[in-house]
Design a protein around this ligand. Structure first.
Ligand code: SF4
Ligand code: SF4
Length: 478
């Protein structure tokens, strides 16, 4: 088996040793699968069993399922270079962006059917009418809110998929049909931040990108957490006491899961109190705003929930948004409260803060002082952060954190690019630390043997001669 450390080289060479078993070991059995549907779509040998991809046939180990999976290696720098022009701003919380604003549809019908301002449907319909896309992979639902991936090729089909479902959907499982059956050449995708990782791989990584790579517009939806269909049913039926077929609209807003019913009433529950239902891999997810989309859309940042907040990231996102604005299908304003979005991002990134006293004291084995150990563990939990973010999270002065970061950098535990800090590969870090520890221990032992031990031995022999039966040989003991 190829060591995991070379996964990063994997995308630049043509090896074929990775198969479904690797995908299963690293992603599925570790409960990291987000059920995006990519593996099932690109490989006819992979199906689905309840909430898990399943190998149906023999495995030729062609590596495709592993390579394009939403949860395997995702070289951020590569994608940043491909997707975002140099003039974008990079924010540690919301990612790359060109503009952040509020927007809403001007079409009454869309507004009536949609979540908040109806921006996603309006942009898609405009892009379809103008020939900028020829179809969209979306998630619709049946009357019992069971998510249903659809390939929308008309505005009517786009409107059928309005409204969020809050249950995992293998939206990408229909990618193969979009390409092979419907021969789409300019596909839009709307989905969760995690799904977008797979979409970007399909768009840019050969061999599929050479042949297919037909995604033209990627819209990401803000995401706090997601649920399996069964869990979502339990939240609605058991926690909120509503029958599924009575639900008109679901929403996650200001820390609450909200269900609006067809009779005009509304019930809600704090997200915190339904944490036990959340999908396992969502518990380690830190991307709230879909940082690798062309345009991200959500419902936070506005006083009124009839507007969407919109983050425009790439040039294609900017072009399509401006076109839609020009056509008067949408309106926009700058009265957005970005701090609300940033706070939601921070809450999600901090959800995983594995600060643990046992680990802090274990790191002392390597002579890591407490603040440096805490800084390292915080960075490990956050994935990457700049100085101001670390200082805010750790509630310490920037100057103190800066010293800790420099210490960790010198020890090669972390590295930095453009003022963002990232933990280095854990295996390499500790391999080197073990080696250093071993060499230091052996050196100290040797010095002890030739120095202090000799002196101790002389003192012992001189003062305790009467107790010594046989001559002591030092080498017996080392
Ligand atoms: S490609 Fe998607 S569905 Fe398949 S294992 Fe990866 S996350 Fe799960
Ligand atoms: S919380 Fe993260 S992993 Fe879960 S659905 Fe949202 S984006 Fe995907």
């Amino acid at each position: 088996m190829i060591p995991r450390e070379i996964i990063k080289d994997y995308f630049h060479c043509d090896i074929s040793e990775y198969g479904f078993q690797d995908l299963y070991d690293l992603v599925i059995s570790n409960k990291n699968c987000v059920l995006c549907g990519t593996c099932m779509s690109i490989c006819p040998r992979i199906g689905i069993n309840e909430n898990e991809p399943l190998l149906l046939d023999y495995d030729p180990e062609c590596s495709l399922c592993y390579k394009y999976c939403a949860k395997t290696y995702f070289p951020e720098k590569f994608f940043e270079k491909e997707i975002f022009p140099e003039h974008t701003t990079k924010d540690p919380l919301i990612g790359h962006y060109q503009k952040v604003m509020l927007a809403k549809s001007t079409n009454e019908n869309i507004l009536k059917l949609s979540q908040n301002g109806g921006i996603v449907s309006s942009i898609l319909i405009h892009a379809l009418d103008e020939g900028l896309i020829d179809g969209a992979l979306l998630t619709s639902k049946d009357e019992n809110w069971m998510p249903k991936p659809i390939i929308a090729r008309t505005s009517k089909e786009i409107l059928e998929a309005t409204g969020s479902v809050y249950a995992l959907a293998p939206t990408l499982s229909i990618y193969r049909d979009a390409i092979n059956k419907y021969k789409l050449k300019k596909i839009a995708f709307v989905g969760m931040p995690c799904q977008i990782h797979a979409v970007r791989k399909l768009q840019f990584f050969p061999p599929l990108s050479d042949k297919y790579g037909k995604f033209s517009l990627i819209i990401g939806l803000y995401c706090t957490s997601n649920y399996s269909y069964d869990s979502m049913k339990d939240i609605i039926q058991k926690e909120l006491g509503i029958k599924l077929n009575e639900v008109k609209k679901l929403e996650v807003s200001h820390g609450h899961f909200i269900a609006y019913t067809k009779d005009g009433s509304m019930k809600n529950i704090p997200i915190k109190s339904i944490k036990k239902y959340s999908w396992s891999s969502c518990q380690y997810c830190k991307d709230y705003t879909a940082e690798y989309s062309d345009i991200s859309v959500g419902n936070i940042g506005s006083e009124e929930n009839t507007w969407n907040s919109v983050i425009i990231r790439s040039d294609i996102g900017m072009k399509i948004f401006k076109d839609t604005l020009k056509s008067k299908n949408i309106i926009s304003n700058n009265h957005i409260d970005i701090s609300q979005i940033k706070n939601a991002c921070l809450r999600k990134k901090l959800k995983v803060n594995d600060m643990n006293e046992k680990l802090i004291s274990a790191l002392k084995l390597f002579n890591i002082p407490e603040l440096e150990a805490k800084t390292y563990l915080t960075l490990l939990s956050l994935e990457n952060a700049d100085l101001s973010m670390l200082s805010a999270v750790m509630k310490k002065e920037s100057s103190e954190i800066n010293l800790a970061l420099n210490f960790l950098k010198q020890r090669k535990w972390i590295s930095s690019i453009n003022e963002f800090y990232k933990p280095n590969n854990l295996v390499n870090v500790f391999k080197e630390e073990f080696q250093n520890l071993k060499e230091t221990f052996e050196k100290n032992l040797k010095e002890f043997k030739l120095g202090a031990f000799k002196e101790l031995e002389t003192i012992y022999i001189k003062n305790n001669l009467k107790y010594i039966k046989n001559n002591i040989l030092l080498d017996d003991y080392f």
